[in-house]
Design a protein around this ligand. Sequence first.
Ligand SMILES: C=C(OP(=O)(O)O)C(=O)O
Length: 571
Amino acid sequence: MSFTVHGLAVSQGIAIGHAHLVSHALLEVAHFTVAPKHVEAEVTRLRTAVAKVKSELAGLKAASGSAPSEVDAFLGMHIMFLEDPMLVDAAEALILTRRANAEWALVQQMELLVEQFEAIEDAYLRERKADVVQVVERVVKVLLGHPGHLPPKRKDGLGTIVVAHDLSPTDTIGFKDHAVAGFITDVGGPTGHTAIVARSLSIPAVVALRHIRHVVKDDELIIIDGIRGVVIVDPDERVLEEYRLRKAAVELERSKLKRLKSTRAATLDGEEVQILANIELPPDAIQAKGVEADGVGLFRTEFLFMSRDSWPDEDEQFEAYKSVVKTMAGKPVTVRTLDVGADKELEGATRSEDNPALGLRAIRYCLAEPKMFLTQLRALLRASHFGRMKILIPMLASSHEIDQTLVLLEKAKAQLRERKIKFDESVPVGGMIEVPAAALCLGAFTRRLQFLSIGTNDLIQYTLAIDRGNEAVAHLYNPLHPAVLRLIHQTIQAGAKAGVDVSVCGEMAGDPDCARLLIGMGLRQFSMHPAQILEVKQAILRADAADLTPKVQRLLKLDDPDRVREAVEKL
Ligand SMILES: C=C(OP(=O)(O)O)C(=O)O
């Protein structure tokens, strides 16, 4: 009988295929006592299973070349968990002291670790408990002799829909070679690594379906609507036909978008627009190049510093920056100096504050840690010799922060001259406009800086006093609030008047629905995740700047956010 279930759409697209149910190994772990003479063998069984999973993960890591940086990072994290004495050594001790079976001992230790993660205040680190569970489940499956999550390829050529309680990102990477059309899970969320991998591989997925694994039967026909977050089990012929048509339309749209890769972005009336990429780690530059981005508009360097015990030294940073500049082969690369603090904490460095979004973060932190900042500036300058680098300073609110930064930059340059190291003497320096104070005092910025980049994510947070990571107020986070739009418009206009380039690098730039609005405000430089570039380019190619400009001028006079939204929809 046909039925429909609603969940969270985490990877867009439509998939039609037959269900392949995968077991939830952790629920199937028994506890038994091992005979004294078999205790040593039980320890060996554990060690062998752990070694097997570690080598599988290392193999995937080595093969993850062009995958997004997060893939490499979590594979590394999963390997690290398997090396954590709290997990495997402690499980081994349980086997020896209590003569417990290996899978039960390992799951006991996992539960202890999960409890510790749950007590962590930092949301990102707390979420890492899912990684511990996923890696342990992988080992337990090996111990139990269960096959992996990868379904066999179907002989009838039809797609397979994987149905699971949860999936690790590692399983998901393997899907691309196994004709998996899509997947659905009981748990999960849009920002989990599994969702990120699904999006990067364009595999439609709906998660958080609660008990889907118990209500779907093996081989049953399933439709995943990864656009609306709907799963239809055993659809009737009429629904199936409708979805076949929709799927074809989505695929046609995607292939049309691909053809835009080498098309220059310009409006209908000939206004040239630059579309740049936001990246987090050096390998992301390959994705940016793949969609022929006009350069890197934002390299968030803090990701080089996160999830590790010690900071990268000057040489390590230099190599990372140089590799991006070289990958982009002469196209501009805007590197933002460390934007740490608030939601992006550094292990053992950033201190716990009552109000971290208003605390010692980004440029404030760097100016308070001049040794660390100088190291980064030297590494950036050294890399500037190998391409077109621009240096971007985050979270500026006052002119004295710019002046102090420029003094430190001069010092870094002098140190390199002394070491006879080459760098670009006139490397452009720009500032993020993400604090209302900066957007309201632009003269101080345009006089001192060569370019500006509007960080709409933080600008919205600070203008509306809405914590961007707080679910309880998420419904109030509104990019189209008139106050936000006026600050963005003011910045674009002030930049144009002063002859200083202005770009937008927050999420708004990657939203095709905002593209016409921003074009009408006068924006000609957009920076976004590489995956969003082609869709935004399409919106720009369909926009007429001369027609949009007066409409946007009128819209900016409105005070009511709902009326602004209506006006934006009509643009
Ligand atoms: C691009 C921005 O910076 P972050 O890395 O904080 O999202 C922004 O605030 O819009």
